[in-house]
Write a protein that binds this ligand. Sequence first.
Ligand code: NAP
Length: 263
Amino acid sequence: MLDAKLALIGCGRLGFSILQGLRRAGLTRISVFDVDMQKVEKAASLGFRACKSSREAVEEADIVILSVKPGVISQVCQEIADKIFGKLIISTAAATTLTKLASLLPASYIVRVMPNIAVSLNGSITLLAHAPNVPKEVLDKAISLFKALGEVMVVDEDTLDKATVISGSGPAYVAYFVEALVKSAKSLELDEQLALKLSALTFLGASRLLVESQMSTKEVIDTVATPGGLTAKALETLDLLKLKESFAQAVLEAYKKLLSIRQ
Ligand SMILES: NC(=O)c1ccc[n+]([C@@H]2O[C@H](COP(=O)([O-])OP(=O)(O)OC[C@H]3O[C@@H](n4cnc5c(N)ncnc54)[C@H](OP(=O)(O)O)[C@@H]3O)[C@@H](O)[C@H]2O)c1
């Protein structure tokens, strides 16, 4: 797989993060196009091949990653449609179904992925759903590409859509929680830089307990929060303020928005 020739169309926030992760994984044979030539030049400065059009980028590629917004994906697909026969097309676009993509690029093998920006550090969880015509050896290429950027799970498309507002959006939620913890620390007149370090590293440490030690969330909570103690007091207050319910509502609103734009 590492010998495959890749093209990336759309070198924005996620596309560039993907490039950073692939570079860390030792892959730089990637042709890059974005309508914003400054972004293409930035990619070229990291050793990627700059292209002047999407058609030029896909010309010699075996695998094409489309990382543009849902609103422009039809236009991009139309530009490259006659150049992608038998190629693996991987779309990161939220809310753009396999059926829609297959109708735009019928002669190709379509895979949708939902990574998050932690791809830049090879620490993403990427969900992957594929069209029924994708042969196993082609699917394996998509899986190994995103395994270079973190963990991969093959799922059905409905699961991928729901996970979009969980793990795709997730780094922003985590940063938001870190901001909340930093704000709490500042209200206790702790230094902001110290507060940021304490908060971010605590998220990292707690996540490692959940993932690496396979502790359940309840075990983590019970190990920290002694009944009647300080942590228990803070958690009781969060429950009284209905933080979990508010969060569930926020995620539901995001999912409803996804359903409203699904194409
Ligand atoms: N950001 C995330 O964390 C994240 C996570 C998971 C999935 N996604 C999905 O990934 C896709 C990209 O998201 P993003 O946040 O990276 O968006 P973005 O920052 O807007 O990047 C998209 C890039 O595509 C460029 N572009 C627009 N039209 C183009 C065209 N016709 N040909 C080539 N390039 C074109 C844009 O240029 P201009 O800005 O000049 O228009 C921009 O540089 C979206 O569909 C999103 O749903 C994003």
